[in-house]
Design a protein around this ligand. Structure first.
Ligand code: G3I
Length: 304
């Protein structure tokens, strides 16, 4: 293939990008997106503060802009994200336990049913574990008020809302074998054993010098795959430039291709110009939409 998407498709995988709706009017942005990628994730537009800013009032406009564009281009859409501690509107933080439980379940159900047939993959729960060595749950409003069972409840609610959608648990700093990924692994193993619906685990893969591509990346993805879930690289970006960055991208692609259950890769943005790492250059296209060495290494690895 001569684009990321076509090369990935020849390997039975997708190659996606996080998309920000407010850039879709920029010809170079949209041209690059349309040419290279065959999957899209809304970078912010489906997060709770945007999609349900007041209780029970849903605003699908920003998400629809991305979904309509992506589907018009034949791209698949990954829904991001239903239950997350960040980018929550204030009203959620003010709810007591029973109210929060019904608000969470209503949020999941309304959004998934609204997008049934248009968005068939969802990050149901995002970043529910703490960093560091404890393996503990993150101390979010959901954890505080609903306890350990909230993740299971969110996945059960999601399956009931759209039985045809694939359901993903997504997190960062879980790319290698470590205390945090061990904790996620134990949760997924428990879910599979007890029949709690989960189809995928997403490994965000935000890499930099403090958090490099781990040497046991493949082994870690494979141990999750062996539990019977798909694995996906969901928010890839790698700080750096030149050959060093290119080699790291090559390693990530080789890793996904080496794991049968690794069904696709998403990079967290189209161009360095709009990366969430405001001073960084972690993506495949530079500020002028030129292909970087990392692009050429990624395409070559997909074609190898
Ligand atoms: O929407 C407001 C806008 O009204 C305001 O004028 C502007 C002023 O700063 O801020 C806008 O909100 C920003 C939002 O992105 C939309 O652009 C927020 O300040 C900013 O914090 C927010 O950052 C996003 C971040 O998640 C929030 O946690 C990044 O774009 C987005 O790339 C990032 O994505 C996350 C994934 O969802 C989960 N995993 C980690 C990843 C990187 O942090």
């Amino acid at each position: 293939g001569d684009t990321l998407g076509t090369a990935a498709a020849e390997k039975g995988r997708y190659f996606g990008a996080a998309v920000a709706g407010h850039h879709l009017g920029e010809a170079d942005y949209t041209g690059t997106l349309n040419r290279e990628f065959n999957s899209a994730t809304a970078e912010n537009e489906m997060k709770w503060e945007t999609i349900e800013p007041s209780r029970g009032q849903f605003d699908y406009g920003p998400g629809d802009r991305i979904v309509d564009h992506a589907r018009g281009q034949g791209m698949d859409v990954r829904g991001h994200t239903l239950v997350w501690h960040s980018q929550l509107p204030g009203w959620v933080n003010g709810l007591g336990g029973n109210d929060l439980r019904s608000a969470m379940n209503h949020h999941i159900t309304q959004i998934m049913q609204n997008y049934t047939g248009r968005v068939s993959h969802w990050d149901v729960v995002n970043e529910a574990f703490q960093d560091g060595g404890s393996g503990a749950r993150r101390d979010s409003v959901f954890q505080q008020r609903l306890g350990d069972g909230y993740i299971e409840e969110a996945f059960r609610t999601a399956r009931a809302a759209d039985p045809d959608a694939t359901l993903c648990y997504n997190d960062y700093n879980t790319d290698g074998v470590n205390a945090k990924s061990d904790a996620v692994y134990r949760m997924v193993a428990d879910f599979k054993q007890r029949g709690v619906p989960i189809d995928r685990v997403g490994f965000q893969s935000h890499f930099n010098s403090q958090s490099p591509v781990p040497s046991d990346y493949r082994a870690n993805l494979q141990r999750f795959a062996d539990l019977g879930v798909e694995v996906q690289i969901t928010e890839l970006d790698i700080e750096g430039s030149g050959d060093a960055q290119a080699n790291n991208y090559r390693t990530v692609v080789d890793t996904c291709l080496a794991v049968d259950a690794c069904t696709g890769i998403t990079v967290w943005g189209v161009t360095d110009k709009y990366s969430w790492r405001s001073q960084g250059t972690p993506l495949l296209f530079d500020d002028n939409y030129q292909k970087k060495p990392a692009y050429h290494a990624t395409l070559a690895a997909l074609n190898s």
